[in-house]
Design a protein around this ligand. Structure first.
Ligand code: URP
Ligand code: ZN
Ligand code: ZN
Length: 425
């Protein structure tokens, strides 16, 4: 069959379209909403070579799981440029919500279930609910994912710092020490071992938590691990910036120490860290200022969806920290496999979706809020020079990005029904 058009990729790399399994679009959170919605967020993702995102449909405590899906469909339908799916974030697991798990997996193609071990009173579930959910998800072939930090310990430290009048963004970091993440990761891993459910830790940041995964491997347990690009590239010294500037990087878990970055790069090469996402959850500085006098009121999250591939290429591949194959594995193939979208997504093959990135490895450009496509007035990487640029991006065979412009209409993005999650990659 003759092609309608030939695209010259001479001198460029050709990658499968990226799959970012950790984004928050239009998320109601901490008294406000994340500032990228399905329109702006999936468009920014496409500019950065990410053709599919998995967002979190978040159950409101007391409501059903299905009501979260309905709520998220209102946000996404007709608005997305890029393809998308949802993890179902279970914040209230009880006899009423239990039967919904089977239907979500079998009827809706929503096969992964997110849990929070922190954010008590809003998102956190206790260990009893966790084990109950794990049993149910295991029975129907799904996966349980987790934000693994010890919510009670963190709440204690937040209250302590506030009582001492320590209210600056730095105390967000100091309220979530490494041990809070290591402890919760270990507890989650043990519960997953006991129930034998496929398990995945989102946004893992530190040595202590990765060592729990390492320990689990000694009893032949596989726990999938995602880190995010900011934990590989940035560190907690940013919280010491003048005035309120540190708020730009207030996220949970917080940025860690340089030794943790080294652990994560090593973990990628050791096959312990399987995915690099973004946890894209942007807020304007005006929103961040809700916590100007109290770090615990700063909305958690930062913009990143557009920069994942270019930063990982520039800082990872070009600097010899990871191979080109590893880049494709952790940004496309692995998330597609783990979350039941492979080989439709995450590869270039006959019968796959023809989500393709043509990547120029030589162009150097500067990241800035003036030029990024995030709906956010600051960049966590302002002034960073990166080498490598997504030139042309195809989504399902159609040119979506070319000449720094978008060529598909809003609403082109589709919901992707997923198959059972994979225990192997
Ligand atoms: O700071 C973050 N990560 N905000 C989004 C919610 C979450 O915990 O992933
Ligand atoms: Zn989280
Ligand atoms: Zn998140």
């Amino acid at each position: 069959m003759a092609a309608d058009r030939t695209i010259d990729a001479n001198g460029k790399y050709v990658f499968p379209g990226g799959v970012d399994p950790h984004v928050h679009l239009d998320l109601p959170f901490m008294g406000t909403f994340s500032s990228d919605n399905y329109e702006t967020g999936t468009r920014a993702a496409l500019f950065g070579g990410t053709t599919t995102v998995i967002d979190f449909a978040i159950q409101v405590q007391g409501n059903s799981l299905y009501s979260a899906v309905e709520e998220w469909n209102k946000k996404s339908e007709g608005n997305a440029y890029g393809d998308y799916s949802y993890h179902l974030a279970v914040t209230d697991f009880n006899p009423k919500t239990r039967p919904e798990v089977k239907n979500l997996i079998e009827k809706e193609g929503i096969t992964s279930f997110k849990t929070f071990m922190a954010y008590k009173g809003a998102l956190m579930i206790d260990d009893g609910q966790m084990v109950g959910l794990m049993r149910e998800v295991k029975e129907h072939g799904g996966m349980v994912t987790v934000h693994a930090t010890n919510g009670d310990m963190i709440d204690h430290l937040v209250a302590k710092h506030k009582a001492e009048g320590k209210l600056a963004p730095l105390y967000h970091y100091l309220s979530q020490p490494e041990i809070t993440e290591a402890e919760a990761s270990g507890r989650f891993i043990d519960m997953a071992y006991y129930t034998d459910v496929p398990a995945y830790i989102v946004h893992l940041t530190c040595e202590g938590a990765l060592n729990k995964v390492r320990d689990a491997a000694r009893r032949n347990q596989k726990v999938f691990v995602e880190t995010c690009v900011q934990y590989l590239l940035l560190d907690a010294s940013l919280y010491e910036r003048e005035g309120f500037e540190g708020a730009k990087w207030v996220m949970s878990p917080p940025l860690r120490k340089k030794k943790d970055r080294e652990t994560l790069w090593a973990g990628l090469n050791q096959g312990l860290v399987n995915v690099v996402g973004t946890d894209h959850c942007p807020f304007f500085m005006k929103q961040k200022r809700m916590g100007e006098d109290d770090f615990s009121k700063i909305p958690n999250g930062h913009p990143a969806i557009e920069h994942r591939l270019e930063l990982l290429f520039s800082e990872g591949v070009r600097k010899g920290r990871i191979s080109m194959n590893k880049l494709v594995e952790v940004t496309a193939a692995n998330p597609a496999k783990i979350f039941g979208m492979f080989p439709k997504k995450g590869t270039i093959a006959v019968g796959s979706d023809a989500d393709i990135v043509i990547f120029d490895p030589e162009t150097t450009h500067t990241l800035s809020a003036r030029t990024h496509h995030h709906n956010c007035d600051y960049s966590g990487y302002e002034g960073w020079e990166v080498t490598g640029k997504c030139r042309t991006v195809l989504l399902r065979g159609r040119v979506a990005i070319e000449n720094n412009d978008i060529h598909i209409p809003k609403g082109y993005g589709r919901f992707i029904r997923r198959s059972h999650c994979s225990k192997v990659v």
